[in-house]
Design a protein around this ligand. Sequence first.
Ligand SMILES: O=C(O)/C=C/C(=O)CC(=O)CC(=O)O
Ligand SMILES: [Ca+2]
Ligand SMILES: [Mg+2]
Length: 432
Amino acid sequence: MPALRSWFSIPRGSHFSLANIPFGIISTPSSKTPRVAVAIGEHVLDLEAFAANNGFSALSIIQPHQAVFSQPSLNAFAALGRPIHAIVRKYIQDVFDADTTYPEILKTNSALQKQALLPLKEIQTYLPFKIGDYTDFFAGLNHAVKAGSMFRGPINALQPNYKHLPVAYHGRASSIVVSGTPIRRPNGQILLDPATEKKQPTYSACKKLDFELELGAFICKANKMGEPVPVNEAQDSLFGIVLMNDWSARDVQAWEYVPLGPFNAKNFGTTISAWVVLADALEPFKVKGIENDVGVLPYLKEKDNKSVYDIQLKVDLQTKSGNSKTIAKTNGRHLLWSYPQMIAHHSSTGCPLQVGDLLGSGTISGISQSEYGSLLEQSENGKIPIKISDSEERIFLEDGDEVTFSGVCGSDEEALVGFGECVGRIEPALKL
Ligand SMILES: O=C(O)/C=C/C(=O)CC(=O)CC(=O)O
Ligand SMILES: [Ca+2]
Ligand SMILES: [Mg+2]
C-alpha cells in the first residue's frame, strides 16, 4: 500500500507517520492539565482542544463521547471499544490526508492548527493509563532457554509447563513509570557469595541491576469475574502496545524467587513508552510467532496463525561519561505465546481483566549475543564484559547509565509505525 500523504509536514523516518496515530497523555507549560493527544510527526494533536473546537463535527458517532479526550488517562477512550478506536484513527488520518474529505476541519483552519497542533518537544507526557493491575509474562522462548540454561543447564532450561501455558508473575502497578523517569537502584537482600554452603544474606545496594526488553499490552475490554475470554475473541480486548523495561535486580531475584517467583527484584520500577500504538495500526505487521511443538490445549488454540508483531527492537546504553552503544537488536516476533493466548490463559480461571491492565510479554531475545534483551544473558550472569567504548565495559548497570529502547515497524520511511523511545537512567541507591 502506498504511504498516505499529508498536507502537514511529517519528516521522513518519523515513528509517528500517518500510518500510525498513537495515543498518549500530555500537558503543556501553558495548559498543565493532562489530557489525550495523538502524535503526528514532530507534533501532537491535542484532542481535547480539537474536540472543543468542532474537530469531530464530521464524526457524529464520537460526539456523545467527546469528554473522554479531557481525561488524564486513556481508560475512558479505551473502554469505548476497538470499533470506535478504529473509526477515530481513520478519521484523524483523513483529516491529515493531502486530499482530505474535510479541509475545513484543520487543513484550512489555521486558528485550530495553532491551538491544537503542538511541537512534541514542548509537551510533557504522562503514564497513558491508570493501571489497575500489571502481569508480566515470560513468552520470549529464546530468553527463557538462555536464562534457564544458565541456572539449570541446557537440559532442564525450560520447566515442564513452559510450552503448555504462558508462565507469568503478578507485578506491581504502583511502580510503573513513563519513559524519562529516573530509576533508583534498589537496596535488597542478596547473597554476597552464593557458592558457599552457608546461605547468609546481607542487605545492600543491588550489584546486578539489569533491564529487560519487553512489549506491554493495554487491555480495553473488561471481562466479568467468572467469565473467561475465549482465545479467538481476545483481540477485542487488546487496545495497543508500548515498549516496556522490566528493570530487574538479579542478585535479589536469585535469592528470593524460589518458590513463588520474583517479588522485590522487580517491584521497584517498570518503565513504559509514552505513546500507545493501537492494535489496528499494528495489524499489517502481524506475523507468526515461534512454532510451539507441543499440541496446546484447545482453550489456547488460535484460529489466526499470525498473532505476534514484526517490530524491530533496539537497546542503547549510554554511560555517565557519555559513551554510548547499541547493545542489542532483536524483534517482537520472538515470542512463543501471543497476546490473545496470554489474555485467554490469564482469564481462564474467571479472573477479571480490567480496562487499563498492563500485560508484559516477557523479555524478547534472539538467539545470538547481540540479540539478547537483557544483560543477564549478554554477560552470562556477570562473566563476560560487554564493551561500550575503548575505555568502558559493563556486566550489569552502573549508576548514571541510561538505557533507551526503541521499536519500529515497517521499512517505508514515509509510513513507519513506531513506538518512539522508552528511556530510564539509573540513580544511586539510598545510603544505608
Ligand atoms: O528460568 C529461571 O529460573 C529464571 C529466569 C529469569 O531470571 C528470567 C526473568 O527474570 C523472568 C522475566 O523475564 O521477568
Ligand atoms: Ca520480565
Ligand atoms: Mg518491573
